[in-house]
Design a protein around this ligand. Structure first.
Ligand SMILES: Nc1nc2c(ncn2[C@@H]2O[C@H](COP(=O)(O)OP(=O)(O)O)[C@@H](O)[C@H]2O)c(=O)[nH]1
Ligand SMILES: [Mg+2]
Length: 196
């Protein structure tokens, strides 16, 4: 599978407005500043598709992008673990939006969970992995910013992150949006899960 076209379709701000968009869905999740917007831009080959921002956690929306004219929807999930504190009300709304999306989207085929290759998985990363496992939502972990490490160090980090998350290394992909590394492997994973 190759991603040839990507078009912004819509943003959804509340759980009540989640609806069937008529295509299979692949979601992208990860903590704020992990490189999610850059990854989406790299994957789709569209520089300005997802906004890269220096103020993490500002957008708490589901953003839908139609890939290859409806072959599937790429769904950009709101970043978690904001530096800024959320009010209780905002937290509830965020949990409802994410929780509802992840557990009640019959066409959701795969979640790409982004993590910075240099970091230990955070409590929130682990929570996300546990939540997906518990709800039987298929996922792969996509390590970002691999250009920050040597090839050998990246390999070691991949193993360390796999054991921290109790996952096999086959469930973890190495990428760099800066160096344009890893797109083929991500596309292969998407292709595999779309057909399941
Ligand atoms: N070195 C490096 N930096 C990256 C990469 N991807 C993103 N960044 C940087 O990480 C920061 C956050 O990126 P952004 O895509 O906005 O992250 P988001 O908050 O998860 O959407 C920005 O300063 C980016 O330039 C990458 O592959 N390599
Ligand atoms: Mg972003």
């Amino acid at each position: 599978m190759d991603i040839k076209t990507a078009k912004f379709v819509t943003s959804i701000a509340s759980a009540d407005n989640i609806k069937d968009m008529g295509s299979a869905e692949v979601a992208v999740a990860g903590r704020s500043n992990v490189g999610k917007s850059s990854f989406i831009n790299y994957l789709t080959g569209r520089k300005g598709l997802a906004k890269t921002s220096s103020t993490p956690g500002k957008t708490r929306l589901l953003n839908y992008f139609s890939i290859n004219d409806g072959q599937f929807m790429l769904v950009d999930l709101p970043g978690y673990g904001f530096a800024v504190k959320l009010s209780e009300e905002e937290k509830r709304r965020w949990d409802a939006l994410m929780g509802t999306y992840l557990t009640s989207s019959p066409r959701l085929k795969l979640v790409l969970v982004l993590m910075d290759i240099r970091r230990e998985p955070s409590a929130l990363d682990k929570q996300m992995i546990n939540y997906l496992s518990a709800n039987i939502v298929p996922f792969v972990v996509v390590l970002t910013k691999a250009d920050k490490l040597s090839r050998a160090a990246a390999g070691r980090q991949k193993s360390a992150i796999a054991s921290a998350l109790k996952l096999g290394v086959d469930n973890i992909l190495i990428t760099s949006s800066l160096n344009k590394q890893g797109k083929d492997e991500v596309c292969l994973a998407i292709e595999k899960y779309l057909s399941e």
